[in-house]
Structures are given as C-alpha cells and as structure tokens.
Design a protein around this ligand. Structure first.
Ligand SMILES: [Zn+2]
Length: 365
C-alpha cells in the first residue's frame, strides 16, 4: 500500500498548478526536484523540441527488465487556476474550471508509488518514467519521443477515464480531413445566378455523407465549418474540418475515402471545387490478453485484490504513439470522470486504488 495522505497531498498540489498544453512548466518545476531527490536520473526533452521529462530509476541487483510508466503534464485549456474541494469522498473543482485529475491523478500516482518503492527498499526492475507535454493538442509530446529516449519494452500509460483496474487494450486509428470548398462570389440581390454558393455546395456534400457511428469499430464526425462574409454575398469559400476513427485500419481508409467522394460529388453538383487534405493523426492498436504488458498490469491489479477488466477505447492516448514506436503500451483507467468539463471529479478512493495499482506494477516480478 502507498501512503494515501501523501498521495492526496501531491494530487492537490498538482491540480492547483495552472499548466495547460504548451505551458507545462509549473508542473515540470514541481516534478523535477521530487524525481531528483528520489535519486532518479532525469533527462528533459532528450530529443526533438518537446520538453518531455524522461527519468530512470536503475534496477536493483538481479532484475534485468525495464518497464515504463507515463502520464501527461498538460490539461485542456484552463483560464483560471483550479480550486479543489473534497466533499463526501469526491474531489471536484469549486469554480467553473476542470479539475485536472486528467492527468494529474496519473502523475500523483507515479510519484507516490516511486516514493513508497524507494522507502521500502524493495527489489524492482529498471523503471522509466515518461511525463509528456502537449498531449491534449494531438499527442504532440509523445510523438517527439526519440527511439533512444526509451529503453523499456513495455509501457503503462495512466490516462483513461475508466475506473482503476480497467486496462485499455484496444484503441482506434484516427484521421483528420480538411476541405476547402470554393464557389464563386456574386451580389446576392443583383445577380445571384452568377454565383456558386460554397455553403450550399458543402451541404450537398454533407448530405451524401454518413457520420456518427458507422459500425461497431468506426466513427466519423464533422467538427468545424467556417464560411461566408455577409448575407448580401453569395458565399464563395467554406472550410470544413472532419475526422474519422476506426479500430480497423482498412475501415478507416474506406470511411475517409467515402467521405471525400461524397464531398467531391456533392460540391461538383453545384459547380463548386473541392480541395481535400487528409492527416493521419495516430495509429490504433489491439493487444491480446496474453500480451506481456496486459499480463503485467493484470497481475498487478489482481495482487491488490481487484479483477482486471480489459476494455476498448474510442479515444487516442500516448499509448497509441508508443505502440506505433514499437513499445508495447496499455492505457490504464485512472477514474477521472467527466474530464475536459467543469463537472470533472475523481473519487478519493479511486485515487488511492490507482496509487496501489501503480505501486504493484513497479513492484512486479
Ligand atoms: Zn488525459
């Protein structure tokens, strides 16, 4: 068992730090001295421009494996600092802000588990800690990690909203689609027949498109639409941003292709032109029950008296990026509920369980 009082204090310290994506420095300044004091070898932004923290706790004699644990240091946009309140075992934000348990609960659990492990002087393998930046704006920090930055063969990411004890073994691939639809401007009252309305052309494309849940593995969404300058002008330019996700790479490709064709056909029916850009954001992953990282996490969860639950996620995390880089990674439930909203909360009990799970992972054979 970890020290719950110290874990809670670390968590509360961390969520009071205002550090959204790209402004992680307050969290870095909090974490670094703690890691150094514990005797970890700390590297920052080892490769690339991202200021991730990679820290290593060398193994005790006779242990020759290397595992990594990771959490992200940023939160989604945070205009004012968080004021936490604890009531009936629930930690939430008292103001109109997120709580930031996503992902400060993960960071706090890692720091606490390390401290307990070192205090108790127990044997352990090499432990690498990866604290990433700019996760919430497209997994940017983990994408910057170089191959030489990480020695571990498996990684445990602490960043899923499920309850502690849940292991994300499957997550989708993700692609973004950007469309520029170009029509022709004209005076809406004097000569509307001279114009080609890009908004109407976009609508023709969109109505030919299937979005939402495409099948049990695939989703699609139109997220942003911009266009028009005045009601008196036939709109000549629209920009649309959309996305698709699928557990299956082939289905993702097919879905994107179908969406692009729908937009091209629809816009062409009114004489508008379409320019399409497709960005692959990250690749999906699927791990089996017998995969080493799943076995390792499951065994840790069982040792603290819980039953591991393997789940599939609809979202991306740093686990997607590490798997893509060849490091087998699972994402673990941290229990931060309603993340990215002002209703975000975490149960004190779940925070403690998370600390115990992380400790059991570090302490695994
Ligand atoms: Zn997160």
């Amino acid at each position: 068992m970890v020290n719950y009082a110290r874990l809670l204090q670390t968590f509360l310290d961390l969520i009071r730090l205002k550090a959204d994506s790209g402004h992680e420095e307050p969290v870095v300044q909090y974490i670094l001295p703690r890691l150094l004091q514990m005797g970890l070898i700390v590297r920052r932004g080892a490769e690339g421009r991202a200021e991730n923290i990679v820290a290593v706790l060398p193994p005790t004699p006779g242990r020759d494996r290397c595992i990594a644990l990771s959490a992200h240091m940023d939160t989604v946009s945070l205009p004012t600092p968080v004021i936490p309140i604890i009531k009936d075992g629930v930690i939430s934000s008292s103001g109109n802000t997120i709580l930031g348990a996503d992902d400060r609960a993960g960071i706090a659990a890692i720091l606490e588990a390390l401290e307990t492990l070192i205090e108790k002087g127990l044997p352990h393998h090499c432990i690498e800690i990866i604290f990433t930046v700019r996760k919430e704006i497209g997994l940017e920090g983990s994408k910057q990690l170089g191959h030489n930055d990480i020695q571990a063969s498996m990684a445990f990411i602490l960043d899923d909203e499920a309850d502690p004890g849940h292991i994300v073994v499957q997550a989708p691939s993700h692609a973004k689609i950007l469309w520029n639809i170009t029509g022709k401007a004209a005076h809406a009252g004097d000569e509307p027949e001279e114009g080609i309305n890009a908004i109407m052309a976009s609508a023709e494309g969109l109505k030919r498109m299937k979005t939402g849940r495409i099948d049990h593995e695939t989703t699609a969404n139109i997220g942003i639409i911009h266009g028009g300058v005045a009601t008196s002008v036939v709109c000549d330019a629209v920009v649309i941003e959309a996305e698709a996700r699928s557990i299956c790479e082939k289905k993702l490709e097919d879905t994107v292709k179908t969406m692009v064709e729908a937009m091209e056909k629809g816009a062409a029916s009114l004489g508008a032109k379409v320019q399409t850009r497709i960005q692959k954001s990250y690749r999906g992953f699927t791990l089996k029950e017998m995969s080493p990282s799943v076995q390792w996490a499951s065994s840790a969860i069982r040792r603290i008296g819980l039953i591991p639950v393997l789940i599939s996620s609809g979202g991306g995390s740093d686990a997607n990026i590490l798997n893509e880089k060849g490091i087998e990674a699972v994402n673990l439930g941290i229990g931060a509920k309603k993340a990215h909203t002002s209703e975000e909360y975490i149960l004190k009990r779940d925070l403690y369980t998370l600390g115990d799970i992380v400790y059991a992972i570090m302490n695994g054979a």
